[in-house]
Design a protein around this ligand. Structure first.
Ligand SMILES: *[C@@H]1O[C@H](CO)[C@@H](O)[C@H](O)[C@H]1NC(C)=O
Ligand SMILES: *[C@@H]1O[C@H](CO)[C@@H](O)[C@H](O)[C@H]1NC(C)=O
Ligand SMILES: *[C@@H]1O[C@H](CO)[C@@H](O)[C@H](O)[C@H]1NC(C)=O
Length: 224
């Protein structure tokens, strides 16, 4: 039997204050589409085929001509330069920055709207860690509390310890089953080729390929 403990009940689930989302008025998009792709009258076509009909190619070329890989790279670097976890002042600054850029670029109807949502934050002073124990209760692995700094910009006080949002701490016990990336096909492969019964097991998956939340969701499906 293996035993995985998530110790230090370090989670603080906060009903976060304002999270700012930059909204681009739908009117702009609809105006753009109807302006370039024909009159907004009922043509008897379904909306999708109406939108994909051939349009003035010079407009397409003009739009493509405006797209510049170097600008995309610069913008991406600028936007991801510092940590900006949802609901924090840094995220608010970033939202304002994006809104300002859009306004400068002449987009009408740019608004920033506050939302109140429940977010899950790690407790920096009491961070979680994962401890793996063997059958006799001896610790065989402890997760690291901070990720290694690989590039200078990662050395920032706003970088939070690794955590799994919205996951409570606990101490599950059971045989470990390695499920590769925890994808649908990985579970199917195991069920088909190993005739595994996942009831009472702990699945361990490697990071990558799909969203980590989906790994948990698929894992739950295969336990039931
Ligand atoms: C992070 O920055 C601090 C100073 O702000 C420095 O002392 C430390 O060596 C840096 N760590 C790494 C891994 O670059
Ligand atoms: C079971 O294994 C065989 C051989 O590796 C493979 O062809 C088959 O696709 C696997 N089954 C599933 C459901 O992945
Ligand atoms: C899996 O195992 C559990 C208990 O060990 C049992 O109740 C269940 O019926 C099994 N499921 C299958 C599909 O064999």
């Amino acid at each position: 039997m293996n035993n995985i403990g998530v110790s230090n009940m370090g989670f603080s689930r906060k009903a976060a204050g304002a999270m700012v989302i930059v909204a681009l008025g739908a009117g702009v998009v609809i105006g753009f589409l109807s302006g370039y792709y024909g009159p907004a009258v009922n043509t008897g076509l379904t909306p999708s085929s109406h939108l994909i009909q051939d349009a003035d190619m010079s407009v397409r070329d003009k739009l493509l001509g405006e797209i510049n890989a170097e600008h995309i790279r610069e913008n991406h670097r600028e936007i991801t330069r510092t940590p900006h976890m949802g609901g924090t002042e840094a995220a608010r600054r970033l939202a304002r920055n994006i809104a300002r850029r859009w306004q400068e670029q002449g987009l009408a109807g740019v608004k920033t709207l506050p939302y109140t949502v429940t977010l899950s934050y790690p407790d920096k002073d009491n961070p979680n860690r994962i401890v793996l124990r063997d059958g006799s209760g001896d610790v065989v692995h402890t997760s690291q509390l901070a990720e290694k700094i690989l590039r200078p910009e990662q050395n920032h006080s706003d970088v939070v310890p690794p955590y799994n949002a919205f996951s409570p701490s606990g101490t599950p016990k059971g045989p470990l089953v390695y499920v590769n990336y925890g994808r649908r096909e990985d579970f199917l492969w195991l069920k088909d080729n190993k005739t595994l019964n996942f009831t009472g097991t702990i699945c361990i998956a490697r990071y990558g390929k799909i969203f980590r939340g989906d790994k948990v969701s698929l894992d739950i499906q295969h336990h039931n």
